[in-house]
Design a protein around this ligand. Structure first.
Ligand code: SAM
Ligand code: GLN
Length: 277
């Protein structure tokens, strides 16, 4: 079996328009740079690579996310290790990172929490952009934290500290924050079964936002009051259409809404609140 024959085989299996994915899966199975498939189309595959390739094509066909099969995902300027222990970082989450960077501009040593860090994507992107910040990344999942720690080591980030536990209770009491940042689980429990297979392959713990999808916003805003310094900010990723309900949750609390941000698709994606004294 040559590289060219294997590509044709994969294209037939997954269907039209997915040549790039097929090439990435094949290159991953062979541990070759993807260009080699096209520069040396007659090169034969090792039998183990062919087996791995067929196995991964079947998994992809069954809806396993491509990034799990490749074991990596691009986010911001980083290439992160991912596997079924963590959510695959999404491009819209880069809007959250951009928002924090803009609001942190000029602050000398901001203390930032990334609550529910998963692969570590948000905390690590902030850590490389803000070398003088102290980033506290938390997750309730020990599995997720293991992946995030590996990613931190691979990025050489030394200003990220990991804590395991339930939301802000994971942080030692003395840590007071300038920024509470989170992409919390925000899918309403009843919507989980209707999600595409790729998303259902991700950890339920990363997705389930309770009956109305707003459980974590309620808790983060309530617990954040004592954790975020007066004048500090909460910057939270939103699910589609959740902006008005999240604005409403903050009514009558010390959190004042600042303009919320849209992602590149024009969807209201990032809630921003300032903690009043
Ligand atoms: N920050 C990552 C990202 O943007 O790709 C992952 C976000 S994922 C939507 C939510 C994360 O919150 C998951 O890693 C999950 O394990 C974590 N999580 C769920 N419940 C939690 C809790 N009670 N306390 C802390 N983390 C929690
Ligand atoms: N963005 C995920 C989705 O595609 C949900 C992640 C989350 O709950 N924060 O549904």
């Amino acid at each position: 079996m040559t590289a060219r024959e294997a590509l044709l085989f994969g294209g037939r299996l997954l269907g039209g328009g997915r040549g790039r994915e097929v090439a990435l899966i094949l290159a991953g199975a062979c541990a070759w740079p993807v260009e080699r498939l096209f520069l040396e189309p007659s090169r034969p595959l090792e039998p183990v690579a062919w087996e791995r390739y067929r196995d991964n094509l079947k998994k992809r066909f069954a809806g396993v996310p491509l990034q799990y099969l490749l074991g990596e995902a691009g986010f911001w300027s980083l290439s992160l290790r991912v596997d079924p222990r963590v959510l695959v970082p999404r491009p819209e989450t880069e809007t959250l990172v951009e928002t924090v960077l803009e609001l942190a501009d000029g602050l000398e040593r901001p203390r930032i929490a990334d609550v529910g860090t998963g692969s570590g994507c948000i905390g690590l992107a902030l850590a490389v952009e803000l070398p003088h910040a102290r980033i506290h990344a938390t997750d309730v999942s020990a599995d997720a934290l293991a992946v995030a720690r590996e990613n931190a080591a691979a990025c050489g980030a030394t200003n990220v500290f990991f804590h395991r536990g339930d939301l802000l209770a994971a942080l030692p009491d003395e840590i007071k924050l300038n920024f509470l940042v989170s992409n919390p689980p925000y899918v309403a429990t009843g919507d989980l079964p209707g999600l595409p297979p790729e998303v259902r392959a991700e950890p339920r713990l990363a997705l389930d936002g309770g009956g109305d999808g707003l459980y974590f916003y309620r808790r983060l805003l309530a617990d954040g009051v004592d954790r975020v310094r007066p004048g500090g900010l909460a910057v939270l990723e939103l699910g589609f259409g959740q902006g008005p309900a999240v604005r409403e949750l903050a009514r009558g609390t010390p959190w004042r809404p600042l303009p919320f941000r849209d992602d590149l698709a024009g969807i209201e994606r990032v809630a921003v609140f300032r903690r009043e004294p």
